[in-house]
Design a protein around this ligand. Structure first.
Ligand SMILES: *[C@@H]1O[C@H](CO)[C@@H](O)[C@H](O)[C@H]1NC(C)=O
Ligand SMILES: *[C@@H]1O[C@H](CO)[C@@H](O)[C@H](O)[C@H]1NC(C)=O
Ligand SMILES: *[C@@H]1O[C@H](CO)[C@@H](O)[C@H](O)[C@H]1NC(C)=O
Length: 218
């Protein structure tokens, strides 16, 4: 239809054409809107991974070997204090956690927490805060229940950094998806099962403040 023909159209036809155009315009807006409004969501954790974390708590530094193993219901934080001891924080999904050293001090304590280890989707429902550069990576940032601020690489979707409400920071140095620690390494030492040295309270938790725990996040 030629442009001039519009003038020849009956008024009713013009109105119908106008309404059609309005309809097309608004529906295309409606189509675009949800994608514009949709915030990115955190990538769920892989079912199994190994990560080396550099922790900084007001200048106190630690290196943590994190072995996350959801299918086997276990999570391990091996915490190297700078020029200090190594603390083993072994968590089972039945709620039992062991905290021990493997040096001559042979200390061990255990605790029972109601909630087991973190679920792979534990970040679900976090509040999106936008993008920020951290540790040299452009990251999407989320906050979860004012407990943790979580930074994920925009491109690779890997975690880069997180900060606990205490100010304790984790810098993710390696992230090996699918890596699994051999079974024998998950065995708490025998003195964890002797009542002479073991305690069943959670007095050791102060030391572990800020280590990721299912009980404190969910
Ligand atoms: C650790 O964090 C403190 C701030 O709490 C900062 O001043 C210091 O530079 C950090 N150290 C390292 C090695 O990142
Ligand atoms: C949970 O599992 C671990 C490892 O199998 C075991 O040592 C611990 O006793 C269990 N705890 C409970 C409460 O069943
Ligand atoms: C440790 O003490 C608890 C009760 O406090 C008892 O049930 C358990 O059998 C004791 N275990 C060992 C290895 O003595």
């Amino acid at each position: 239809m030629a442009f001039a023909d519009l003038n020849l159209m009956k008024p009713l036809s013009k109105i119908i054409l106008f309404l059609c155009l309005v309809l097309i315009f608004t529906s295309s807006l409606g189509f675009c809107k949800p994608t514009l409004d949709k915030d990115p969501t955190p990538t769920p954790w892989p079912l199994q991974f190994h990560s080396i974390l550099v922790m900084n708590y007001s200048g106190i530094l630690q290196v943590i070997d994190l072995w996350y193993d959801w299918p086997n219901g276990r999570n391990f934080n091996i915490i190297q204090h700078q020029l200090g001891n190594v603390l083993y924080d072994l968590e089972w999904n039945n709620g039992t956690s062991f905290f021990y050293t493997l040096d001559s001090s042979k200390t061990c304590s255990s605790a029972h927490v109601e909630v087991g280890i973190l679920r792979p989707n534990w970040l679900e429902g976090a509040t999106y805060l936008g993008q920020q550069h951290v540790d040299g990576f452009l990251c999407n940032v989320w906050e979860k229940v004012e407990f943790i601020w979580y930074f994920e690489d925009v491109v690779t979707k890997r975690p880069v950094h997180w900060v606990f409400y205490t100010g304790r920071e984790a810098h993710v140095m390696t992230f090996e998806v699918g890596a699994v620690l051999e079974d024998s390494k998950w065995q708490a030492p025998v003195y964890c099962f002797h009542n002479t040295t073991a305690s069943t309270d959670s007095t050791n938790h102060g030391l572990l403040d800020g280590v990721l725990k299912g009980s404190t996040v969910l």
